[in-house]
Ligand binder design. Structure first.
Ligand code: CO8
Length: 258
């Protein structure tokens, strides 16, 4: 039996998935992504989990797609296996919030995987980049789309056309990451943040995620209507009654996630 490439555990109400392929700096082979997709789907289906943290090692969140595996592939190989389809695509259908806790390198597919998460907390040593151009290819898992939305055209063009890496500080300034923390605080900070999110009412958390993501897919008019209808729908939950009663009663809410 081969060792797991993605370690999972549940801490409180937080599902923690850790990429664990240290010898290749967590290079994202199909096997790694297959295991990750399965782990995240299980967290998504588990009532005990309210939020998810995805992390790597101190040296690398993930140094990209597996270059050794890709090097010999022909067009027919990547097309017929629908490389970056299937498991890769299924990652974006996870409905619970996912925080990427990034230390070290987040390059190529690693940067794209972090961007696919709902937000990124970076350690001070984090380095983000889309170096595919140095390999004679381009980003293939959302880099040309999500990076532009995250940091704007000028910086995205700069990064993708030159392949240069940016530091955690530059990533924070550009809006790619939500905050930067010391390396030794990264996991605790991400887990505490996820635990805070998991303490809220899950339907409202999931709807908020869905509405924010819809902002990238629709014209403003449609997005506002989508938001308003979901807002209305939350008045059908017990947690809305509880949350507002708790506020008025000057006590903490006890959410039941229904
Ligand atoms: N694939 C396979 N193996 C890798 C990768 C990778 N992406 N990155 C590092 N490794 C391996 C190295 O080959 C090396 O193996 P070995 O010890 O057997 O020689 C080991 O990891 C350690 O790496 P280095 O010795 O190079 O470590 P350094 O500290 O000197 O350098 C770097 C670290 C700067 C991160 C360097 O390893 C590097 O530049 N890596 C490649 C980064 C890169 O180009 N990434 C983009 C890959 S292409 C891509 O992601 C396509 C995206 C399309 C979507 C796919 C979604 C995943």
């Amino acid at each position: 039996m081969t060792a797991a490439l993605v370690k999972t555990e549940i801490r409180g109400r937080v599902g923690l998935a850790t990429l664990d392929r240290p010898k290749a700096l967590n290079a994202l082979s199909n096997e790694v992504i297959g295991e990750l997709a399965k782990a995240l789907r299980e967290f998504d289906a588990d009532e005990a989990v309210g939020a998810i943290v995805l992390t790597g090692s101190e040296k690398a969140f993930a140094a990209g797609a597996d270059i050794a595996a890709m090097q010999p592939w022909s067009y027919a190989d990547v097309y017929s296996q629908d490389y970056l389809g299937h498991d890769w695509e299924s990652l974006r259908r996870i409905r619970k919030p996912i925080i990427a806790a990034v230390s070290g390198y987040a390059l190529g597919g690693g940067c794209e995987l972090a961007m696919l998460c709902d937000f990124i907390i970076a350690a001070e040593n984090a380095r983000f980049g889309q170096p595919e151009i140095n390999l004679g290819i381009i980003p293939g898992f959302g880099g040309t789309q999500r990076l532009v939305r995250a940091i704007g055209k000028a910086k995205a063009m700069d990064m993708i056309l030159t392949g240069r890496m940016i530091t955690a500080a530059e990533a924070e300034l550009a809006g790619l990451v939500s905050r930067v923390v010391p390396v030794d605080r990264l996991l605790d900070d991400a887990l505490e943040t996820a635990a805070l999110i998991a303490s809220k009412s899950l339907p409202s958390v999931m709807m908020a995620k869905e509405c924010i993501n819809r902002a990238f897919e629709t014209p403003l008019d449609e997005g506002l209507l989508f938001e308003r209808r979901n807002f209305h729908a939350l008045f059908a939950t017990e947690d809305q009654k509880e949350g507002m009663a708790a506020f008025l009663g000057k006590r903490s809410p006890e959410f039941k996630n229904r």
